[in-house]
Design a protein around this ligand. Sequence first.
Ligand code: AVI
Length: 317
Amino acid sequence: MTTELTDLARHVAEGLARNPKALSSMYFYDDAGSRLFQQIMALPEYYPTRAEFAIFRTHGAAIGAALGGTAGEPFTLVELGAGDGAKTKLLLRELLAANSDFTYAPVDISAGAMSGLVATLAAELPALRVVPVVESYADALDQLRTQPGRKAVLFLGSNIGNFGPAERLDFLRQLATPLGADDRLLIGFDLRKDPRRIRAAYDDAQGITAAFNLNLLTRLNRELGADFDLARWQHYTDYEPLTGAVRSFLVSTEAQNIHFEALETTVHFAAWEVIHTENSYKFTRPQIEALAAEAGLRVVDFFTDGAGDFADVVLAA
Ligand code: AVI
C-alpha cells in the first residue's frame, strides 16, 4: 500500500463515519479528475478561469513587476496547484520578457497533470528553468519553510475557496510564516456576483461537473475496492449567498450498503443521504482584506477583470 492510498483509506473511513458524511475535494484530482477539471475550465458556465485569464492578459506586466522584485535578483516562483499552467504561461512570458532571473517550481498532486505541464513548458518556453514538484500542498508548505532565497508564491484559480474558513486562515498563516520582506504571494479569489451565475458554474448543462464529482466514487472503487454503482448516485450543488459557499454533494438515490475491501467495512447510506464533497467559497473585497490582515499579510495590489468577477491579489508579509 502506498502512503497516498493509506491517507485516502484513513480519510474515507473517518469521513464516512461522520454525520453528515463528508469527503475532501482534495481527492477529486486523480488523473481522470484532473482531466475533467481541465474540461470544466473550458465550460461556458465556468467563468473563473476566463476571468483570471482576462486579468493576466490585461495586468500581466504589472503582476510580473509586483512579483519580480529588483531586476537581476534571482528568485523562485512557486505555484501551488499548477494544473495545466495555462494562465501561468502568460505570467511566465512576462517575466522572461523582463529578463527576470527565476526558476519556476510548479507543485501539483497529479503526476499526470505535471508531466503534461513540464512537456508543454519545454516546448513553448525552452528558456524557462523548471523544477516540478509532485506533492500535496501540506508537503509543499513544509518545503517552502526551508527554501533559500527570495520567493514568489502563486495560488491561483480560486483554489483558496476550496478551504473552509478555519482551514483557509490556517493555510494563509502557514504561507505567511516563511515569507521574507521581499517575498510575495499572488492569490486568486472568486468574487461574489449574481447567485444564479455562481450556481450554474457548478452545475453545468453538459454534466461535466457532475462527472467530476462522481469520479470520486470511481476512484474509491478502484483504490479502496469499493462497490459504488454510479447509477445510484447524483451530483447536487447549491450556493448560499449569506456565507458565499457553493457546496457540492453526492446524493444516494436509494438506501444502499457500500462495501470497502481495503477498509474491511460496509457503510450504510439511507435513501437521499448525502456525502458533502466540496466547498467553493466566494469573497468580497473587504472580506479578503480582513482575511489578509488576520493572517498577518498586507494587500500590495488588487487586480480584477473588467466585469469584477475575479480578483488576483498580491500580498506581502
Ligand atoms: C479547483 N477549484 C478552484 C475549483 C472550484 O471552482 O472550486 C474546483 C471545481 N469544482 C467544481 N467545479 C470546479
